[in-house]
Design a protein around this ligand. Structure first.
Ligand code: SAM
Length: 290
């Protein structure tokens, strides 16, 4: 087996950046993880084996990529910063099972790249230390992607992890919680202190594992419509569900009568706040509002 390099050592990380004349870019969410044990724990949490191909978002200088490559069949990593490509060429040189794509994960045609670069015979997982400034769009993109993803194991700000995992009626519960929990089980695997990164972010982080939950008894007729309903209902958190709904659908008498009928049928009180509704409530609401 290839000899392990352990790229993620704080001194080594600073040394590599210095040697290439690079400063971590705040605007790209560049906080490099510098604890070898945490990288190994992430790979364990994702249960990576030779049976898996892994998509990584933002390999940075390759610390997590190396650990993934040591266990997976193949790693397909998307890095937006072209200044890091030479670094990755050097740090990951010993590994033959890594493809680095220079591009923006929010812009690439992921299913197309996956079909071009991977053999389609392995289980597909996403494992990443996400760039925090785009955690939500990345997650929403992955959840809406036509790819069959076995699981998603990602590092994010602890506060966002709490939102993903939140239950109805709590402050953290919102459109992101509902969007993710529609089809996924959310498990916060472990927390990571800010001191584990170079440079240090302002907040602590957590590793979250998303796996597919049993299909719900009632499914939304369209996921797109579901996400739009949820987004609309949470547009103004402090307003009642009723006020959010008339904000989306209109205030004319006919619309109001229809909305009243829908809420009555679902036995949802118009005066509740949106955060009181369960995921199943949002599914039923979406279907009745069709
Ligand atoms: N994986 C490395 C680690 O764990 O140390 C770096 C993680 S760092 C938090 C986030 C990485 O995502 C950076 O390398 C950054 O350049 C990259 N990145 C930021 N925005 C991106 C985007 N839109 N598409 C792809 N990569 C992006």
């Amino acid at each position: 087996m290839t000899e392990e390099i352990d790229i993620a050592d704080p001194i080594r990380t600073r040394g590599i950046l210095e040697r290439y004349g690079l400063n971590a870019k705040k605007s790209l969410g560049q906080n490099f993880l510098t604890r070898p044990q945490i990288l190994k724990d992430i790979v364990s949490a994702a249960e990576i084996s030779e049976a898996d191909d892994v998509i990584e978002v933002g390999p940075g200088i390759g610390a997590l990529t190396e650990q993934l490559a040591r266990h997976a069949h193949h790693v397909l990593a998307f890095e937006i910063d072209d200044n890091l490509l030479n670094v990755l060429d050097e740090t990951l040189a010993p590994y033959q099972n890594i493809t680095i794509i220079n591009g923006d994960i929010l812009q690439v045609d992921l299913p197309k790249v996956v079909s071009e670069e991977l053999d389609g015979k392995h289980t597909l997982k996403v494992v990443a230390n996400l760039p925090y400034y785009i955690t939500t769009p990345i997650l929403k993109g992955l959840l809406q992607s036509p790819l069959t993803l076995d699981q998603i194991v990602v590092m994010m700000q602890k506060e966002v992890a709490d939102r993903l995992n939140a239950v109805p009626g709590t402050k953290a519960y919102g459109s992101l919680s509902v969007a993710v929990q529609l089809e996924m089980n959310v498990n916060v695997e472990f927390e990571v202190p800010k001191t584990a990164f170079v440079p240090q972010p302002k907040v602590d982080s957590a590793i979250v594992k998303l796996t597919h939950r049993e299909p719900r008894e009632v499914q939304p007729y369209s996921k797109d419509a579901f996400f739009k309903t949820v987004h609309g209902c949470f547009a103004h958190r402090r307003k009642t569900l009723w006020n959010n709904l008339v904000g989306i659908y209109g205030k004319d008498d006919e619309t109001k009568a229809k909305l009243e009928a829908v809420l009555a049928k679902l036995e949802i009180k118009p005066g509740v706040r949106p955060e009181r509704l369960t995921v199943d409530d949002f599914v039923r609401l979406t279907n009745e509002l069709k």
